[in-house]
Design a protein around this ligand. Structure first.
Ligand SMILES: Nc1nc(=O)c2c([nH]1)NC[C@@H]1CN(c3ccc(C(=O)N[C@@H](CCC(=O)O)C(=O)O)cc3)C=[N+]21
Length: 297
């Protein structure tokens, strides 16, 4: 393997440690404990795994962790009134409503109901607008985690050619905004992009966020490129069982890339670490205190 492995799991551990240090300072010096509320509607095994590991990490960092598990049939009105309650709860600094929500609930309405200052997912339209205009905002956790790894690996990203594959509101678009803010030349590619391999071959940085297992292969990658794999796809293993793979064919691409994140152990753990970081950031802003350094965009 030629590429350097970017160890998201180890990096996430260091981020969580820095978050923990900031939390203990907030508790000791100001008597404030950051609090995160996670709301899960309905049963989705994958979501439950994520919610559990998030709750564990939150407590390990010394924060208050609250979980609201609502029945699949919960009405939109009931969910909105819970959000209203959390918005007004001074012990809660971050609110995350696990997506997707059941079909009878309008996700956009739910996201719009969250106090933007507590929107640790960065999905509220106000935060989207602030990020898009280069202002201080809450930044979505997955793109923030990717940015931290890229900055750590490269130092400055200025002038680099970045191709983001995928145009979702939760990863592709905010990722592009962050790369642009760090002065990359940014292309957002997607399923209708003409000559996708050709476009990706121009990149110094590739962020793959499409949800198609092993789609990106070595012939798409310019030698030395940094490849960030956001995909988390569960596929059938030969001989039974399942395993997680990314959107990038890791074994193939690592032969030519300069650096690459694995799946699992790459972007996923960074997403959780950034959720904690965002909660501390939100808590500091709510209390007019200095924000933790290096944990925001
Ligand atoms: N409002 C909202 N915000 C989210 O951030 C959000 C969401 N909804 N809905 C679901 C997705 C999914 N997600 C993951 C985070 C970490 C891992 C993670 O840590 N994965 C491990 C592997 C876990 C395993 O083995 O299953 C890894 O990549 O190494 C996975 C998935 C956040 N999401």
């Amino acid at each position: 393997m030629a590429a350097k492995l970017i160890d998201g799991k180890a990096f996430a551990a260091s981020v969580r440690e820095r978050v923990g240090e900031h939390v203990s300072r907030l508790v000791k010096e100001h008597g404030i404990q950051p609090g995160l509320a996670v709301v899960l509607v309905g049963e989705n095994p994958a979501s439950e795994v994520y919610v559990r590991s998030k709750g564990k990490a939150t407590k390990e960092a010394g924060m208050k962790s609250v979980e609201h598990k609502l029945d699949e049939k919960t009405s939109e009105a009931d969910l909105l009134s819970l959000i209203d309650e959390l918005n007004r709860d001074e012990t809660i600094h971050g609110i995350l409503v696990q997506l997707p929500v059941p079909d009878h609930i309008d996700a956009e309405k739910v996201l719009a109901a969250i106090d933007p200052a507590k929107d640790v997912d960065g999905f509220h339209i106000s935060n989207v607008g602030l990020l898009g205009t280069g202002q201080k905002s809450m930044v979505p956790c997955t793109p923030l985690g990717c940015l931290m790894m890229l900055r750590d690996h490269h130092g400055s990203l200025s002038g680099m050619e970045a191709v983001v594959i995928g145009r979702s509101n939760i990863v592709g678009k905010p990722m592009a905004q962050l790369l642009l803010k760090d002065s990359c030349t940014v292309t957002i590619a997607h399923s209708r992009t003409k000559d996708l391999p050709g476009v990706v071959r121009r990149a110094d940085i590739v962020v793959a966020a499409v949800g198609r297992p092993n789609m990106v292969t070595a012939d798409w990658i310019k030698p030395g490129t940094t490849v960030i794999d956001v995909g988390i796809n569960r596929i059938e293993k030969e001989g039974g069982g399942t395993r997680l793979v990314g959107d990038v064919d890791f074994d193939d691409v690592s032969k030519v890339a300069g650096a690459i994140t694995p799946v699992p152990g790459g972007v996923g753990p960074m997403t959780i670490a950034c959720l904690l970081a965002n909660t501390v950031t939100a808590c500091c802003r709510a209390n007019g205190l200095a924000e933790p350094e290096g944990l925001t965009a």
